[in-house]
Design a protein around this ligand. Sequence first.
Ligand code: URA
Length: 250
Amino acid sequence: MRARLAKVLIMKKLTLGKILQSQGFGTKKSCHYMVLDGLVEVDGGLVDDVHAEFDPMEQGGLKFKVDGAAWIYHEYVYVALNKPAGVECSRRPKHHRGVLSLLPDQFTERDVQPVGRLDHDTTGLLLLSDDGNFIHAQSHPKRHVPKTYVATTQDPVTPELVAQLSAGVKLTDEPDPLAAQARQLSSHEIEITLDMGKYHQVKRMLTAAGHHCMALRRSAIGGLTVEALGLEEGGWTYLTPEQLGLLVAA
Ligand code: URA
């Protein structure tokens, strides 16, 4: 963190071509030509001087437009997406469209990746970033940031199901039973909070408890909820430092 802060403080002025390249707009050459061709505006004014330099961190992030579209410079991208069903989180999707197709192409170019994965049919909160340290820290098994899911079950939710999940159920490839916080939300909906993320964990825990999961939605990671973010399915937003601060163990 200290190294990162130092990097920010000594951030030099850069040409617009370099700034565009860092933000995923293409190669050095193509970004150079975007400027030369008059496609780039800064603070409301056209800049076609390829030698003009700007502080990318100016006022919390340089505001610029490319071909009329507004952007703000981000050293790293931290994004929350309300993932729809039928979308794969893998980098090379095989059977469904990839999650990065829901975000600007520039994010793929700058190697933004999902932080962990949701199944193709699971909806809800997914974080994405190009900050390797953040991805590593968030994905670390010891971090225990709780993840909350809402599962729709085929059969009615019973007090026994809630008790079973809270006490722990045995999954075939796990040495010990896995427990979760669970509470009934409605006749066929149960909220399940995990502080780890084994493969298909929610669905497998429900199966182990004799229930079938018909639909699964991740509603929260730590204290960050889809509801508070106000994201429609398929919608995304940059996360503020305050929102990033909610991604902690309870
Ligand atoms: N548990 C599952 O079974 N699937 C997910 O996508 C996430 C958690």
